[in-house]
Design a protein around this ligand. Structure first.
Ligand SMILES: Nc1ncnc2c1ncn2[C@@H]1O[C@H](COP(=O)(O)OP(=O)(O)OP(=O)(O)O)[C@@H](O)[C@H]1O
Length: 253
């Protein structure tokens, strides 16, 4: 199987004037194959979101190499990043905050299509299709973010991410802000989209139980470094590091 994403020795150093520089991600390497789901777990502050933003190229990479389908995308800038955003999309923890409050959900979902020059009538049709794929009626296109529930808004955010037909979807704590039953419904939707569209996922989460259900492999991050990686069942049943055991115990004990 070919490799979709290949990350080698990714490192992110934040520098702020007058302050010591800080290494948030430290020498992280992994691969992601088509149709695969890679989980990234770690406590708060371990570097998960920073790593996600490096992969989507929403933030610069200080050191290391990132390749998508064999092409080096580590240092692409501005317009050159269009293709990356078309292939790798992200869904965030706070769905309501990720939409512009003054614009309808339909407007937000259709934005990338407008940017690609799609006609208004075609955009409306496609937005309705995307909403339905994500379990919402097309009527939701007219609503504003504050007029829907958190779970419905996350479905709309997933529809927005799918609009450009990405190959990789990065979910950064995408279900953490939702209550348990809604969390389960969103996980089922992601699973269904994975089957239907052959999507690959990077699933960032601090809950190892969700990772066990959903992921093929998992990386455990601690202070920006990968301290353990492997099959979720192995990591959960036989964690090699005390840190991983702590994460496991927090969920399963
Ligand atoms: N722009 C920034 N400038 C300086 N430090 C930053 C910046 N962004 C993140 N950090 C630091 O990098 C570290 C990793 O943050 P990150 O948000 O990636 O962690 P996380 O594992 O996603 O945490 P959480 O689960 O709480 O979201 C933290 O110590 C954070 O304070």
């Amino acid at each position: 199987m070919s490799t979709l994403l290949e990350a080698e020795h990714l490192t992110k150093i934040f520098t702020q004037r007058g302050k010591e520089s800080f290494k948030a991600v430290d020498d992280v390497s992994f691969t992601l194959k088509p149709g695969e789901t890679l989980g990234i777990v770690g406590e708060s502050g371990s570097g998960k979101s920073t790593l996600a933003k490096m992969i989507t190229r929403l933030t610069d990479i200080t050191e290391g190499t990132l390749k998508f389908e064999g092409k080096d995308i580590t240092r692409l800038k501005h317009n050159q990043l269009k293709d990356v955003y078309g292939n790798i999309q992200m869904v965030f923890q706070n769905p309501v905050g990720s939409f512009d409050p003054r614009r309808t959900l339909g407007d937000g979902i259709g934005e990338s299509l407008r940017n690609r020059g799609m006609k208004k009538a075609d955009i409306e049709k496609r937005v309705a299709e995307l909403l339905e794929q994500c379990g919402l009626s097309s009527e939701f296109a007219k609503r504003y973010p504050h007029e829907v529930s958190g779970g419905q808004c996350q479905r709309a955010a997933i529809a927005r991410a799918l609009a450009v037909e990405p190959k990789v979807l990065i979910c950064d704590e995408a279900t953490s802000a939702l209550d348990v039953t809604i969390q389960k419904q969103i996980m089922e939707l992601l699973e269904e989209l994975k089957e239907k569209h052959g999507l690959s996922f990077i699933f960032i989460c601090h809950n190892l139980a969700l990772v066990q259900m959903f992921c093929d492999r998992v990386l455990v991050l601690y202070e920006g470094k990968v301290v353990e990686s492997g099959l979720p069942d192995d990591i959960i049943n036989e964690p090699k590091q005390a840190y991983t055991r702590k994460l496991v115990d927090a969920v399963f004990l």
